[in-house]
Every structure is written in C-alpha cells, then in structure tokens.
Design a protein around this ligand. Structure first.
Ligand code: COA
Length: 154
C-alpha cells in the first residue's frame, strides 16, 4: 500500500492575491485542502471528507506570478480516519528559487456515496521518515482531541 503521494502545481494569478500582490491565505488553505484530499482519496480508493486541518503558519509571502507546488501524502490511519501531510513550496521563475513555505497536517475521513463513514486500509510506514511521522502522529492526534474538548462541536 503506497501513501497516496500527490503533487499539485498552481500559478499565482492576480485573482489569487491581495492588493499588494501576495497570495491570499485563504486561497492557499483551499489548495492545501485539495492537495491533502488528493492523497487521502488515492490512499483510501474512494471518497473522503476533510475533518480537520492543523494550525498553518504563513512565514513568507508568495508573490503574484509564483509557481506553488503542494506535495501531499498519508502519514497515519485509524479506523475511518487518515492523517495527511501537505508540504508547500514556491518559486518565482527568473526572480527566486524554489523555497519551502510551510507544512500542514490534515485529517480526512473515508466516506461512502451517502456521506457515511467507512473504514480505510491500515497504513504501514515503509521508510524511516514515514515511520517517524507515523509515530509522531499520536502526539498530533492528542493535541487535536484536547482542542476538541476545549471547543466542542455544537
Ligand atoms: C467526517 C464525518 C463523516 C465523521 O463523522 P463523525 O460521526 O463526526 O465522526 P466520529 O466522531 O465518529 O470520528 C470519525 C473519525 O475521526 C476521528 N476524529 C474525530 N474528531 C477528530 C479530531 N478533532 N481530530 C482527529 N481525529 C478526529 C475519530 O477518532 C474517528 O477516527 P477513527 O474511525 O479512525 O477511529 C462527519 O463529521 C462529517 O460529515 N463532517 C463534515 C465533513 C465536511 O463536510 N468537510 C468539509 C468541510 S465543511
């Protein structure tokens, strides 16, 4: 079983930017969601729903005209839920080389055509890096549940 790795590439156009020509945070969040969903869908061989996205830090602006690459892959699975990582890189051809922008973890749930949860295949890490992320996922999961307790769904 592979980790569903997906690569998505976007060009930052005027409609994606704020008034000083930097990529809108909301647009990047949308791309991160789609990118994570690509890996989760591939991995789970079917429909998925986004359950949660961890905190995202925008540590550097991405200028209009940049090419944004989003690399996503599944890092952990439970019964119906999966964690996916999304790495974001940006390059501005002729202006700046490709740089790392941010890395985000999201949780997706496998669903059927009626939106009901379904089991997903168990993930077995293959490399040292996959094993590390898989083990660290327990801590990220605890942090999400702590937050859920603090702000319960209504
Ligand atoms: C996704 C959905 C079907 C899950 O149904 P649910 O009854 O709420 O799910 P549960 O509480 O039983 O949790 C399902 C899984 O998610 C996990 N989970 C729930 N809350 C979590 C959280 N805050 N962080 C991490 N995992 C979480 C549970 O542990 C469970 O995992 P497991 O089956 O691997 O053990 C339902 O919440 C839904 O339809 N949400 C809307 C999805 C959507 O529309 N997303 C787009 C953005 S609006």
């Amino acid at each position: 079983m592979t980790n569903g790795k997906s690569v998505m590439t976007e060009l930052v156009l005027p409609n994606d930017t704020n008034i000083i020509g930097n990529l809108l945070g909301g647009r990047l969040l949308h791309w991160i969601d789609i990118s994570g969903a690509l890996a989760a869908t591939r991995y789970a061989n079917g429909l998925v729903a986004t359950l949660t996205m961890d905190t995202v830090e925008f540590t550097r602006p991405i200028k209009m005209g940049s090419i944004v690459t989003l690399i996503s892959y599944v890092t952990w699975t439970g019964n119906t839920s999966m964690e996916a990582a999304v790495e974001v890189y940006a390059e501005n051809p002729g202006v700046s080389d490709k740089v790392f922008v941010t890395k985000v973890y999201l949780v997706f749930v496998g669903i059927d055509g009626e939106g009901k949860k379904r089991r997903v295949p168990a993930f077995t890490p293959q490399s040292a890096q996959e094993t590390q992320e898989f083990e660290d996922a327990a801590q990220r999961k605890s942090a999400r549940f702590a937050l859920r307790k603090e702000f319960p769904a209504q």
